[in-house]
Design a protein around this ligand. Sequence first.
Ligand code: SAH
Ligand code: SF4
Length: 393
Amino acid sequence: MSAHTSASALSVADSPVAAPVADGRINLVGLSRAELEAEMLAIGLEKFRARQLWHWIYHRGATDFSVMTTLAKPVRERLAERYAVVRPTVVRDLQSRDGTRKWLLRMPDGQEVESVHIPETDRGTLCVSSQVGCTLTCRFCYTGTQRLVRDLTAAEILGQVMLARDMLDEWPAPPDGRMISNIVMMGMGEPLFNYEEVAKAIKIIMDGDGIAISKRRITLSTSGVVPMMKRCGEELNVNLAISLHAVTDELRDIIMPINRKYPLAVLLEACRTYPGLNNARRITFEYVMLKGLNDSPADARALVRMLEGIPAKINLIPFNPWPGAPYERSTDRAIQVFGDIVNNAGYASPVRTPRGEDIMAACGQLKSDSVRLSAADRAAMERIMAEKDAALG
Ligand code: SAH
Ligand code: SF4
């Protein structure tokens, strides 16, 4: 695909850094503390071994039992016979001119997903995928043109974070100034359609004895899977981002077919009652700027009106184009006028700067199987979208 061979994109590595085991050993990554304890007891080891392992796996980033020197050698050997600490395999490693880095990762069954690291001056954000593809078909989203292949497991979601730490050489992570200080569930897939695995992974990411990224620094983005929102707030209490993108049901039905199931009034009510909201803790409303479609001053005013009474932030995302996309990015002028209206209503710095566009790493550009869009590919893409829409009802 052109994005992967573009002259501006630097290909850092093409070979695997860690091959997953295919020898029947159990992967310890993704087990909860209780599950890890149960494993230890099951092989006749003491329960506290789980705590030691947790430290090595999630604080030190160890992938090899032989380095776990707080465990006696026979114990290490015993563990290595039965268990492994698995990472996804890096298939492609691309670096953008602006420092953004995208990894195409292969899972043990050959499925591929992408994660993206976005460095900023005061922090670094890792954008993590929750599914291979997506069941939804938001018209502006490249992932939406891909079939849902499967949900990712908690191990595979966590594996993305751990692999990124390997690549950025951040084990153990310092308390401040981390390269990966924030996590956004904004990669491929709809996290609330894979809630159990996502929740399990996030709980491990938040654990203070391991990866230790606080819930304040984790954001889950949803297209609006209303029935799962309350549980997400109660159990995980992470920041919530809503992909809103339209101020009328008429338009949202078209660009985000999930709106036919959970229309705006229902979605906004679920936002209003999201647990733990206050002025210091707001919902982020994402709004992709599509030329001539949702970017008028009247839309901006309607957006502001619509969010009245909800502790909210607004994030305007200039549309990131992809091959064959049916829309265009709003003009700079339209974005500025829209942004000023939102800003004057009291929402600070609402426009998000696109990052990693030269390596197709920007919002909504992730898609694992590389395609050059021929007429046949386009027909295939439309067929997949029609099938998925029909399944949504
Ligand atoms: N499925 C989840 C999370 C992944 S998408 C969701 O839809 O919220 C992360 C964000 O990128 C969402 O707000 C999504 O609507 C937005 N997005 C998708 N395609 C885009 C594109 N081409 N340009 C800009 N933003 C896009
Ligand atoms: Fe799926 Fe989110 Fe893309 Fe919609 S915007 S198709 S929900 S990944």
